[in-house]
Design a protein. Sequence first.
Length: 130
Amino acid sequence: MERRIDLSNLDLDRAAEMVAARCAGWRERGLMVAELTWMDNDVSWPAPLLRDRGLVSRPKSLGARVHGEAGEAEFVLYAGGWADVMVIHPHIDEPASEYVELDDVEEFGSVLDRVVGFLASTGRARGRSS
């Protein structure tokens, strides 16, 4: 698969549904989810980040942020076929970042589950030791 910023290889609306389907479970685990952000492929640079999907004609990226006591994770999924992930942990000096190539949008679900699962498990471990 060719990966370029201007391509629409992944269905970002499906990715937004995947995030929404997980929100209640994340909240039950003590995590908060920020409103999704969108960038439009059909506007000139610098493209603004928008919170209203209705204002985006052809999504270039979808941003999601999940945070809690154990830190935060930020995801930017690009329609071109990749995701940038950053995790900030309060007891680690440098944020951890990861670049993930995706051939199918459904693969994004496992990235979400793995990273947010780490935050949730770290938060529970800290809660037990306090």
